[in-house]
Design a protein around this ligand. Sequence first.
Ligand SMILES: *Cc1c(COP(=O)(O)O)cnc(C)c1O
Length: 449
Amino acid sequence: MEPIRYYSTGGKAPAVSFREAIFTGQPPDGGLYMPTEIPRLSLGELWELRGRPYHEIAFRALRPFLVPEMPEEELWRITKEAYDFPVPVERVWGRRYLLRLDQGPTASFKDFAARFLARAMQYFARESNDQRIILVATSGDTGSAVANAFHGLEGLKVVVLYPAREVSQRQAKQMNTLGGNVVAVACEAKFDQLQALVMRAFEDRELSHLNLTSANSINWGRLLPQVGYHLYSYLSVAETKDDRPVDSVASGNFGNVTADFLAMRMGKPVSRIVVATNENDEFPAFMETGIYKPIKPSRACLSNAMNVGNPSNLRRLFHLYGGSIDRQGNILRMPDMDALRRDAVGISISDHTTRLTIQEAYERYGIILEPHGAVAWAALKRYLWDRSEDTLAVATETAHPAKFPEVLEEMGVEVELPQSLRGLDERPSHELKIEGSYSELRELLMSLR
Ligand SMILES: *Cc1c(COP(=O)(O)O)cnc(C)c1O
């Protein structure tokens, strides 16, 4: 069996292995890595997995992409270790479900991607005997998921930079109480400035001996593992082999939803993918008109992790439909719109509707949503309003409601903190502080080894 290679959507960079794709992060031509081939699982193979634990389904989803580049036993170990938390599929009513992706250690669905990537990086780094420093700038949730995922993994260090004034107290605690191989750096700078610092460090030749590595959301190693839960949700809700659920996917930078398109290509039966966005409606507008206009600056909505006005992963989605779009959002080749519209629909949900949806779900079904999941649920409802009551459907809930106490308190809903977030306030913080100049960052990185 030949290992699957990865090409760049930019079209001007050579194809690479999985290992190179995850350590490079982004191809040198500004595109994103995509597999040259998408393996298929037959309906029979899928159905054999029904009722199996989550980590096993994730293993089966990843195996054709990784083996033989990674030995099967290693992949089994990694998926088992990464996915040691529950993945509840909650019935809301009839055949309408909620896929709760909020039970990981940082109570965000980003744990699914980060925990796999961290372990895959550890395996490949160990194999080639190199030390690596993972360097990330974050405005909140991504940093805590990444820091947590790498925490305690031998041979890897993580440096996470965050804007001291832009992250919440709890988010900072999620990063700066870990210690060990996680270096948390609070900066007196804005997120955009931190991103620029990080870019500069990656380009700095005098730091090349540090093997600086990114783990940001465009990394192929973060997108791929998300296929696992999209297969899992299908296997959890399908009652017969004829069932083809409607999926509503909370979407910001489109990693979550692109993984569902991949799952569909791999053979998962889906009748429609509802691409659920907040008021950043550039994609729903594109689906309707065929004209794509990034929203700049992005609109600040309640579901803040979805405030993206020009999703990076659109480059991958376009490629899946024979199209091409550049990083700035200029369409170079139109995708097959008929096929795209057959498979998917874009629906934008306002903050007002998001609030009403949280309230209604609680009052009618006793279900507690937070803003991101509420966008997915509301979009699903809108899509299904004139369709049969019997339609099988799943919406993704991507964060734990306890992370959004303000929104829930407004409505008199109280939620208990999940285990992972309890006691956080009492844990001691260890954070380094810098103003935000490049020389400070450089010095800090040099001192790490
Ligand atoms: C990142 C994030 C999203 C959006 O996911 P994308 O893969 O960027 O589309 C949705 N909800 C939460 C809670 C997130 O953290």
